[in-house]
Design a protein around this ligand. Structure first.
Ligand code: NAG
Ligand code: NAG
Ligand code: NAG
Length: 481
C-alpha cells in the first residue's frame, strides 16, 4: 500500500539568522526522508520579506515550500525601546491567527509543527489540527538547559542573579559566573525576563526538542537533560541533538582579491578577524585591535566595520567596495594600512564567512562567539580567540574555552573594558605560535571529526533525525486510519 509521506511545517522566528538553521533542518528531512516541507515565513516588514524570500529560493533548491505570512505590526503593543527579547515573542504571539488561517487552507495539513522556543503559542493551532509539536533550538545544549532551568532558578534564587556572589550551577553545564549570564536574566523587572521564563515553561508542552548540537560535543549536558534526577524531571519531552545544521560553502564565490591573496599564504598561517554583522567596536577598541594584530607579527584578514556606526546589517551590506582605496579606512591608526601591506588584508565588503573559514590558510578566528560562527569554525578545524562583545555571548565564550577546549579567552571582557594591544598580541601568538596553540588546534580537529561523524549515516545526529522521522510517520499513519 502506498502511504504518503509526513508533511513538516517549520515556523522560525523572523530574520535571516533564525531562518537559516530552519532551512538547513528542512533540507535534512527533505533529502534524508523525502518529507514534504513547508516554511512559514514571519516578517516584520516588507523589505525583510523580500530578502528572506530571495535567500530561501536560492538555498532551498525547491526542497521546501514557502508560505509568506502577512507582516505583523507590533508597534502598538511594545514600547518603542523594547529589546529583541521582547519583540520576537510578541511578534510570534501576534502571528498565530495568520498562521492558523494558513494551516486551515493547506492540503495535506502538516503532520508536525517545528518552531522556536518563542514560537510555542502556535502550539494551540497544532493541537487544533492534530499536529505533533516540536521545538528546534538553533543554539546549543547549554542554552536549552538554561532555558529549562530559569523557571526553577526563579523560585530558588531570592533576589536577582546580579546580587548572587556564587556562580550559578545549572545541571549539565559548567558553573556560570553571574557576569557571564545573558542579558534577560540580569534584570528581573524587565519584560524580557518574563518572556524568557514563559518560554522555558511552555517548552514542557512539546512532544520533543531538537537542538543544533551533537551528542559527542556536549555529552554531559545532554545526559543532564535526560536524567530524571536533573533536568529530565522538568522537561519530560525527549531531546534530540540533530546538529550541526549549517549551510555549506559553495566554491563558486571563492574568487576576487581576497582569495587571490589567501591562496598565496601558507596553510594555517592567517588570523581571521570578524565580529559578525550585528556589532561594531568602539574607536578605541579598534585602535588597540589594529596595534595588537600588528604587534603579533602574524598574517591576518580583518573584516572591519566603521566604528560607532549604528548596528544593522543593511548599512554593512551596502558598504563601499574597493579594497585598494585606503582612505575608506581612515578610522584605523595612521600608517596602519601601509605598514601591514604584506601581512594583512583589511576588507569592509561583505564576504562569505564560510568561504574564508574553509580556506586552508586560515589558522585562527577572532570571534564574538556566536553559535553560527562557532559551528563553522569547528567544521573547518579553526581555533577561536574568544572576543565576546555582549553579555549574552560570554556564556558561549566560557563554553568554548572551558568545555570544548577549542578557544582561548581574553583576560578582560571586551563587553566591559577595552582590550589592550598587548593582550591581543599575546592571545594571537598563543594560538598561532606557542605550544599551547597546538593542543587547541588538535582539539578543534577532534571536534571537527566528531561533527562529521555525527552527521554521517549511523552517526548520532543522523540517528536522532531518523528517530524523529519515525515518530512523524507513526503519527501520519494514525491520522490515515
Ligand atoms: C550564519 O551563517 C550563515 C552562512 O554563513 C549566514 O548567512 C548567516 O547570516 C549567519 N547567521 C548569523 C546569525 O550570523
Ligand atoms: C595545505 O592544505 C591543503 C588543503 O587541506 C592541502 O591539500 C595541502 O597539501 C596543504 N599544503 C601543505 C604544504 O601542507
Ligand atoms: C550564544 O551565541 C548566540 C549567537 O549565535 C546568541 O544568540 C546566544 O544568546 C549566545 N548565548 C547563549 C547563552 O547561548
Amino acid at each position: 500500500m502506498e502511504t504518503s509521506k509526513p508533511h513538516v511545517g517549520l515556523l522560525p522566528l523572523p530574520g535571516m539568522g533564525h531562518l537559516i538553521p530552519y532551512l538547513g533542518l528542512g533540507k535534512l528531512f527533505a533529502t534524508h526522508h523525502n518529507f514534504k516541507i513547508t516554511i512559514f515565513l514571519v516578517s516584520i516588514d516588507h523589505s525583510s520579506q523580500t530578502e528572506s524570500k530571495t535567500i530561501i529560493s536560492e538555498m532551498s533548491n525547491e526542497l521546501c515550500n514557502i508560505v509568506q505570512l502577512p507582516p505583523v505590526d507590533i508597534t502598538s503593543l511594545v514600547d518603542p525601546n523594547a529589546t529583541i527579547g521582547v519583540r520576537l515573542p510578541v511578534t510570534m504571539r501576534e502571528i498565530v491567527p495568520a498562521f492558523r488561517s494558513s494551516i486551515a487552507t493547506i492540503m495535506p495539513c502538516p503532520t508536525v509543527l517545528i518552531t522556536d522556543i518563542f514560537g510555542t503559542d502556535a502550539f494551540s493551532v497544532a493541537d487544533e489540527f492534530d499536529m505533533l509539536k516540536y521545538v528546534f533550538v538553533s543554539l546549543h545544549a547549554w542554552f536549552l538547559a538554561l532555558t529549562i532551568y530559569t523557571p526553577i532558578l526563579d523560585k530558588e534564587v531570592k533576589g536577582e542573579y546580579v546580587h548572587q556572589k556564587e556562580p550559578l550551577k545549572i545541571p549539565g553545564c559548567a558553573s556560570v559566573r553571574v557576569e557571564d549570564l545573558f542579558d534577560p536574566l540580569l534584570d528581573w523587572t524587565n519584560q524580557q525576563y518574563d518572556e524568557y521564563m514563559r518560554a522555558g515553561i511552555r517548552l514542557r508542552m512539546s512532544d520533543g526538542v531538537l537542538v543544533n548540537s551533537w551528542e559527542e560535543l556536549q555529552p554531559k549536558t545532554f545526559a543532564a537533560l535526560r536524567d530524571d534526577k536533573l533536568l529530565g524531571c522538568v522537561l519530560k519531552s525527549p531531546v534530540y541533538p540533530v546538529g550541526p545544521v549549517v549551510t555549506q560553502s559553495d566554491d563558486s564565490s571563492k574568487s576576487g582579491l581576497l582569495f587571490d591573496w589567501l591562496n598565496k599564504q601558507p596553510n594555517d598561517s592567517v588570523v581571521y578577524v570578524s565580529f559578525g554583522s550585528g556589532a561594531t567596536l568602539s574607536h578605541e577598541q579598534m585602535t588597540e585591535l589594529a596595534f595588537g594584530l600588528e604587534l603579533s607579527k602574524q598574517r591576518f584578514v580583518w573584516v572591519v566595520r566603521a566604528p560607532t556606526e549604528k548596528s544593522g546589517d543593511k548599512a554593512y551590506l551596502k558598504g563601499r567596495s574597493g579594497d585598494e582605496n585606503h582612505d575608506q579606512f581612515g578610522y584605523l591608526p595612521k600608517g596602519f594600512m601601509s605598514r601591514i601591506q604584506n601581512v594583512g588584508f583589511v576588507i569592509s565588503d561583505w564576504v562569505s564567512q564560510v568561504d574564508i573559514l574553509s580556506h586552508p590558510s586560515i589558522g585562527a578566528f577572532i570571534s564574538h562567539c556566536g553559535w553560527n560562527s562557532t559551528l563553522e569554525s569547528i567544521l573547518n578545524g579553526v581555533p577561536i580567540i574568544a572576543f565576546p562583545l555582549f553579555a549574552e555571548q560570554k556564556m558561549n565564550a566560557t563554553m568554548l574555552t572551558e568545555e570544548f577546549g577549542m578557544a582561548v579567552r581574553l583576560e578582560v571582557l571586551p563587553s566591559n573594558k577595552v582590550v589592550g594591544r598587548e593582550e591581543i598580541q599575546n592571545k594571537v601568538r598563543k594560538i598561532m605560535v606557542d605550544k599551547e596553540g597546538h593542543g587547541i588546534r588538535d582539539r578543534v580537529n577532534e571536534l571537527k571529526y566528531s561533527a562529521e561523524k555525527a552527521l554521517c549515516k549511523g552517526g548520532s545526529s543522523y540517528r536522532a533525525l531518523s528517530e524523529l522521522a519515525k515518530s512523524f510517520e507513526a503519527r501520519m499513519q494514525l491520522q490515515n486510519e
